[in-house]
Design a protein around this ligand. Structure first.
Ligand code: PLP
Length: 374
């Protein structure tokens, strides 16, 4: 276990304690700061599963940096790669580079066998939200449609377009004129069923509702551009979609030519035991949105993968200055290698089974535990 390390940055004045740094933050930073309101600490350093505050107190980071650190904080192999790449090239716009090429090869190699060779990659501005924007834009350009279906509980980011797809009322409060044309459909949150049904007693009602609505000439929809969904809602509360619902969406999209976008920003890179969560549902999305963990060490990076036939946009249609972080590319390529060689996916499945068994046991003994989802 490594102890807390001295920060490499000298802080001004007497700001040395968590309380000093938190009050500086309160004075100088935006009132929209979020995490430190729930966990009022100032972070000095991190290593593996641990985060150290400036007083040297150690915390287990169950949040894994909001889902970006599958190998923990500062894994030594990736730190080494990042250091070397810093000496070579950092900022590369969207020019091809050896690091980018290795990154692309590594990530495309994680597509399931049957989907190999079917997708192109587009590097986006470094956030998940920008990749969601790119996905929606690409779908609109290809279909000429304007309407997008999203799902209750969905979270897709905080930019205006991505927020339009997000359903959390509080996040949208006070913001008028978000992107129009978004329609929200019930998601299979069986523990708290949107149709008021008991878990286990329904006949995939949300799937039936979706399918009947799509056929209903009074569904209120205009020309469709896309359907976007998370296979496991993250911010919505760790809720896996039912097989019936996602397969119904996939078959509607396949039959109608409306692109199906799966947002794998949070579920991608092995979070659910397969590299992409959609693999567990036997579907073939048209556009896959990736970010968070893709560089393996937290250096910002995002991209979309999309089917070859959608590659119709013209040069410069979705640009952004920070789409060429070669440190992220180099660490991302090594990260994929590490995930393979350390058999992390197998471990995710094993630990998941272990956790589910333990939690089921708790549920059988304590009524306070309402639902075990894995
Ligand atoms: N999509 C999903 C499913 C997410 O969980 C998030 C972030 O939590 C985003 C999109 C937005 O990503 P970012 O915060 O990098 O903009």
């Amino acid at each position: 276990m490594s102890a807390v390390k001295e920060s490499v940055v000298k802080v001004s004045g007497s700001a040395r304690t968590s309380s000093d740094l938190l009050s500086r933050q309160q004075k100088l930073e935006s009132s929209a700061v979020s995490y430190p309101r729930k966990l009022p600490i100032a972070i000095a350093s991190a290593s593996g599963s641990y985060v150290y505050d400036v007083e040297g107190r150690r915390y287990i980071d169950f949040l894994t940096g909001a889902g970006v650190l599958p190998l923990g904080h500062n894994p030594s192999a990736l730190v080494e790669v990042a250091r070397s790449q810093l000496d070579v090239l950092v900022h590369g716009l969207d020019f091809p580079t050896p690091a980018k090429s290795a990154f692309i090869d590594a990530h495309l190699s994680m597509l399931p066998e049957a989907l190999q060779g079917k997708y192109r990659i587009h590097m986006c501005g470094p956030t998940g939200a920008d990749a969601v924007e790119a996905a929606i834009k690409l779908a609109k350009l290809n279909t000429g449609g304007s309407e997008v279906i999203s799902f209750f509980g969905g979270y897709h980011g905080c930019t205006q377009g991505a927020l339009s797809l997000t359903t959390d009322r509080e996040m949208k409060l006070g913001l008028r004129s978000l992107v129009p044309g978004v329609h929200y459909y019930p998601y299979s949150y069986c523990y708290s069923c949107p149709f008021g049904l008991e878990k286990g007693s329904c006949q995939d009602t949300c799937a039936t509702f979706f399918s009947r609505s799509m056929k209903d000439s009074h569904n209120g929809l205009g020309d469709m551009a896309a359907v976007i969904m998370e296979c496991v809602q993250g911010e919505g509360g760790a809720i896996p979609v039912s097989k019936a619902l996602i397969q119904e969406v996939a078959s509607f999209c396949r039959d109608s030519g409306v692109p199906m976008i799966v947002d794998e920003v949070q579920t991608g890179c092995g979070r659910t035991g397969t590299w992409f969560a959609f693999e567990q549902y036997g579907i073939e999305p048209d556009i896959i949105v990736m970010s968070k963990a893709v560089s393996g060490i937290g250096t910002p990076c995002s991209f979309i993968l999309y089917k070859e036939h959608l590659n119709t946009w013209s040069a410069g249609k979705h640009i952004g200055t920070f789409r060429g972080n070669n440190v992220a590319f180099a660490t991302g390529a090594e990260f994929v290698e590490q995930m393979r060689s350390l058999h992390i996916l197998e471990n995710v499945s094993e630990r998941s089974a272990q956790l589910v068994a333990g939690l089921e046991n708790l549920k059988s003994r304590y009524p306070l535990v309402g639902d075990v989802r894995g």
